[in-house]
Design a protein around this ligand. Structure first.
Ligand code: NAP
Length: 507
């Protein structure tokens, strides 16, 4: 464990962290760094890894360079490649947890189904019984509930139906006819990874994505030796990646029109890589680059030059035992792969979370998911989100955002631990309202995400509840430390009779 920069706290709040991915492990590490030792991490999976233990489909890898897709305090890893494959990232996360003493804080294969604020603390209902904690950190991610499309007849399909996020380890695709539904970030990785193995492959595309080749490369032993001798060089490489992504964010939230060179580059790329003109046209997106996630992955477009691969753009009208139907065609298939993404409207509200006065998170978010800096919600004392609403990025390092949230949470829990009497901490509704209004102004009508495509960022009302409309560094400046004026410390143990909310004093 890294040594605490802080002195001993007056008390050690019991903290539950739900989720053992980058967000949850990062939050637990930040709490430990702040000298907060009573932390328990729950995950329904049997091992650490979050999205990287769930997504094991062929070709799963990160589309952000590992130099920035890693914790700032653990960048000294010798990644095998510039863009590490999924299993390597999962092992990295597990080793970070083990090296920092979190292994015995991890309760694997334990699903938390409900949490309610008792007035003093949080009572959690888990698959192994009920538990109580002072603080609840929900780090379940934005992309953890696989979305199954409502295709008529799906249940009649005779072969395996596999969602990319639930890939069976023993699925053998050799010599099979495979239908892939969807052309998002998962599909463009799985398609080139299986194309050589299968007898026939049909990709069902509803809308064409922007896909650019991944500038990937294996790191040689010599380069690792150089970086060991001169760590500043590695840090410089990471800083260069970070700065270029930071600059690129501008095109997402401020100057969508600046995307045109990318669109032109994509057209040129298609002209170079796809031989059939009709297929090339079908693979050309009809919306502004960045409105949906820009995809980075090699070999996807080239697959459509292969004789056993077909791109189908007609809508799917149904599925039967032998394959997939469009209005004009029947595509025979032995295996159906659903690369159809995630249910992104839920955030943590898949859990039954009840805050003060029985208010549920679903009720609080009836008008759309919203959290102060994506972290805290009025009416939910001692409750924090990691990768909550409006903390996703079009370009950059999610790990950087998660570390910022972890620092904020550690700051909040430290204040609880050091308060002269036992307290709960809750964001002030007026502070949150000001923040939400600022966010709405930034998101309305000027970002690339609202330029007229269907994407998973916007909710039923058309409001973007996922993306951060600014620089990563701006978010860090605003969120790294809790602004005491934005929160209230509420004395416990008699919240029902406590009238004197205590504004936090500046340290
Ligand atoms: P996604 O980007 O949401 O893509 C889902 C695809 O399925 C889309 O092409 C969508 O079409 C299509 N689709 C959904 N329902 C359909 C239906 N009923 N009929 C036909 N097509 C349907 O999902 P994803 O590829 O799993 O990626 C989700 C997110 O996960 C990404 O945006 C990214 O943030 C993350 N991810 C990251 C990496 C990485 O390398 N870091 C890798 C994989 C995933 P439309 O586009 O027309 O809606």
């Amino acid at each position: 464990m890294r040594t605490s920069a802080h002195g001993a706290h007056l008390r050690q709040p019991r903290v539950a962290v739900i989720g053992a991915g980058f967000g949850g492990i990062g939050a637990a590490l930040a709490l430990a760094e702040a000298g907060l030792r009573d932390v328990t991490i729950f995950d329904s999976a049997g091992r650490v890894g979050g999205t990287w233990q769930a997504n094991t489909y062929p070709g799963a890898a990160c589309d952000a360079p590992s130099h920035i897709y890693s914790y700032s305090f653990a960048r000294q890893r010798e990644w095998t490649r510039r863009f590490a494959p999924g299993p390597e990232i999962r092992d990295y996360l597990a080793s970070c947890a083990a090296e920092h003493g979190l292994a015995d804080r991890f309760e694997a294969a334990t699903t938390v189904t409900a949490a309610h604020w008792t007035g003093r603390d949080w009572e959690l209902t888990t698959s192994r019984g009920s538990r109580r904690f002072d603080v609840l950190v929900c780090a379940t991610g934005q992309l953890n509930v696989p979305a199954y499309p409502a295709l008529p007849g799906l249940a009649d399909f005779a072969g395996p139906v596999v969602h990319t996020a639930e890939w069976p380890s023993d699925l053998d695709l050799a010599g099979r006819r495979v239908a892939v539904v969807g052309t998002g970030a998962s599909a463009i990785q799985v398609v080139p990874a299986i194309v050589d193995r299968v007898a026939a492959l049909t990709v069902f595309q509803r809308s064409a994505p922007y896909v650019f080749p991944k500038p990937d490369a294996a790191y040689s032993a010599r380069l690792h030796r150089l970086w060991r001798l001169a760590p500043a060089l590695r840090a410089a490489a990471g800083a260069a990646w970070w700065a270029s992504f930071e600059l690129f964010t501008l095109a997402f939230w401020k100057w969508p029109r600046a995307m045109w060179p990318l669109e032109a580059a994509h057209a040129a790329l298609l002209a170079r890589t796809v031989t059939d003109e009709t297929v090339r046209r079908a693979l050309t997106p009809d919306y502004r680059a960045g409105c949906k996630r820009i995809l980075i992955g090699s070999g996807y477009h080239e697959c459509f030059n292969r004789t056993h691969v077909r791109l189908e753009t007609a809508p799917i009208v149904g599925v039967d035992a032998g394959g997939v139907r469009t209005a004009a065609d029947h595509h025979d298939a032995d295996v159906l792969v659903l690369a159809t993404g995630f249910d992104t409207g839920t955030f943590a509200s898949t859990l039954d979370v009840r805050g003060r006065d029985g208010l549920t998170l679903r009720q609080a978010w009836a008008g759309g998911a919203s959290a102060h800096l994506g972290i805290s919600v009025p009416g939910f004392p001692n409750f924090f989100l990691v990768y909550g609403p409006n903390t996703n990025l079009g370009s950059g390092s999610i790990v950087y955002m998660l570390e910022t949230q972890a620092a904020h949470i550690a700051d909040a829990v430290s204040r609880l631990a050091d308060a002269p009497q036992q307290c709960a901490i809750e964001v002030d509704p007026a502070a949150h309202r000001r923040y939400a209004d600022w966010l709405d102004r930034r998101l309305t009508g000027r970002t690339v995400w609202t330029t007229g495509c269907a994407n998973w960022y916007r909710d039923g009302r058309g409001r973007d509840t996922h993306n951060w409309p600014g620089f990563m560094s701006t978010y860090r400046r605003r969120a790294r430390r809790l602004n005491p004026a934005d929160y209230r410390l509420i004395p416990l143990p008699r919240p029902a009779t406590a009238t004197g909310d205590t504004r936090i004093r500046h340290a």
